[in-house]
Design a protein around this ligand. Structure first.
Ligand code: HEM
Length: 503
């Protein structure tokens, strides 16, 4: 507290004089807090009237950046006297350097907790997602084994999971197939996001964590409950300045009473998962730890809500892109039409599906920015030999969304196709040009010590859902352009509306 006050006062003179607190050869340039007449869409910070447009907030940092040639083209900052500076970067080399240098070692960056205060109020402060330093390290160790590639892809174990996952997905697709057949029409138009969401939650709770929840409970109770909890979290982060958790407030309005019921539903779902642990079901067989259930509760809530959001977003985007690219869809279908077994070898062999999934995460990353905070005054060194000085306390937003769709980094000159196009062939072009994978990072699962621990599980689930869906149906989008909604993650604004036709 005292140290923060001293830092704030030391910073103040420079801030009042308008000095640039950053240094180095990729110097960020200043963004104005208020910029009347500039045509900028919104203010460069979240407030109750713009928090539901986070991509526009990030965009506001790069307003008119095309007129710049130096470091300011991809690195911008806001420095309001009395507050810590905010740096937004869409430079992949800086993003890579900072994610590599995030962890529990002295001087490394922390994950910035500011944008996830709502998540912490809903789940707990000690989760793998929210904590830093020693607590984060111990949580990370605990999660390493059950989610790790070696456990998940160990042949016997993998087979059991893949089978239960496949079974779940096929059962749900059969319902869609029956729906289409009973309509008597050649095709039926439906928003696929709710279907994808229910399958993702069912795979996570029943197939992975070993609960025996019915599809009806999942689809009609837990999915809508969790959806509303996640929506609440987004608003709560910006609006709840006093930091009072929802369950401590009286149910004065119908909305408040509903939110409390939704939080109770989230607890009940976590109780089911913990009960499965007591019975040694599902993944719990691999979890060799005697930590009490209560010590796992907050992390389980993060896994349930976070994994549901991220996997739904990823699969929904893949479907949304393929429904707008019939040729790419046919190529994936050729690969998966005779695939019965989604073993790691078969998935590796489905090369084009892999490129579609990579391209999906590049163009429309589920987590569209990664928050960091400088714990000390830091010099960041990029792999291409540049340097940036970042002062202690700076809030850093690694703007993956805009980095991944900028022509300088992923455009025709570099990757053979315009950066804003969905082009799975881009990855062939990059491979043929001899670009090493470490030099073409899309950060869809993060990077460095805080990379996503659910990456392998998530990839498997998404490949299964997308592969099985394409095997059974031909998909077409009724609208050529996609639009984006963003909250905790990004998703297609139209709920992934498609015309389904049986193959
Ligand atoms: C397949 C879709 C998924 C995507 C696109 C995704 C994306 C990400 C990204 C980008 C990060 C890094 C955040 C940062 O660096 O600040 C992350 C971290 C994390 N993810 Fe995922 N994720 C997915 C699935 C999952 C699943 C299935 C789980 C768990 C069951 C999970 C649990 C987590 C956790 C706990 C963290 C925080 C890790 C740490 O800070 O050490 N994710 N995820």
């Amino acid at each position: 507290m005292f140290a923060n006050l001293v830092r704030c006062l030391t910073r103040l003179p420079g801030q009042l004089l308008g000095r640039n607190p950053f240094r180095g050869d990729c110097l960020p340039s200043r963004v104005k807090l208020i910029h009347f007449g500039s045509g900028r869409g919104t203010f460069p910070f979240p407030h109750p009237w713009n928090y539901d447009r986070p991509i526009e907030i990030l965009e506001s940092y790069f307003w008119n950046s095309e007129n710049e040639t130096g470091g300011g083209q991809h690195n911008r900052f806001l420095d309001v006297p009395g507050f810590a500076p905010i740096l937004v970067t869409r430079d992949p080399q800086i993003i890579r350097a900072i994610t590599t240098e995030t962890g529990d070692k002295p001087g490394q960056f922390d994950r910035d907790t500011l944008p996830s205060t709502g998540i912490a109020r809903a789940t707990g402060n000690d989760t793998l997602l929210y904590s830093n330093g020693a607590i984060w390290k111990s949580q990370r160790k605990l999660a390493a084994s059950p989610f790790g590639k070696t456990t998940l892809f160990q042949p016997e174990m993998f087979h059991e999971f893949a089978e239960t996952f496949r079974h779940t997905v096929l059962k749900r697709l059969e319902v869609l197939r029956q729906h289409l057949l009973s309509s008597g029409e050649k095709s039926v138009r439906i928003p696929l996001e709710p279907e994808i969401k229910a399958v993702m939650l069912e795979m996570l709770t029943n197939s992975f964590f070993g609960t025996t929840l019915s599809y009806d409970e999942i689809r009609n109770c837990y999915v809508p409950g969790l959806e509303r909890v996640i929506e609440h979290i987004v608003g709560d982060t910006v609006k709840n300045k006093l930091g009072i958790p929802v369950w401590k407030l009286p149910s004065l309005t119908r909305g408040m009473a509903q939110t409390k019921r939704d939080f109770a539903c989230f607890e009940a779902l976590t109780d089911h998962v913990l009960a499965a642990r007591n019975e040694g079901k599902g993944l719990w067989k691999q979890f060799k730890s005697d930590v009490p259930n209560e010590a796992l509760r907050s992390n389980l809530k993060v896994f349930l809500a976070g994994a549901l959001e991220a996997t739904t977003s990823y699969a929904s985007w893949a479907v949304a892109h393929l429904a707008r690219h019939p040729a790419a869809q046919e190529k994936v279908w050729e690969e998966v039409k005779s695939l019965e077994d989604y073993s790691p070898e078969h998935l590796d062999a489905a090369k084009y599906l892999g490129r579609v999934l990579d391209e999906t995460l590049r163009l429309t990353p589920s987590l569209y920015f990664l928050p960091r905070q400088a714990t000390v005054d830091t010099w960041v060194d990029t792999a291409d030999g540049r340097k940036m000085f970042i002062p202690q306390g700076t809030h850093v937003l690694l703007d993956v969304w805009h980095a991944n769709r900028h022509e300088d980094h992923w455009g025709t000159a570099v990757a053979g196709y315009p950066a804003v196009d969905f082009a799975p062939e881009r990855w062939e072009h990059l491979a043929a040009a001899g670009r090493a994978s470490k030099d073409v990072l899309h950060f869809g699962f993060g990077h460095g010590p805080r990379v996503c621990p659910g990456k392998h599980l998530g990839q498997l689930e998404v490949a299964l859902v997308v592969g099985a869906l394409l095997k059974m149906f031909r998909l077409r989008s009724p609208v050529a352009e996609y639009r984006v909604k963003a909250g905790v993650s990004t998703k297609p604004l139209d709920g992934t509306l498609v015309d389904l036709e049986l193959r």
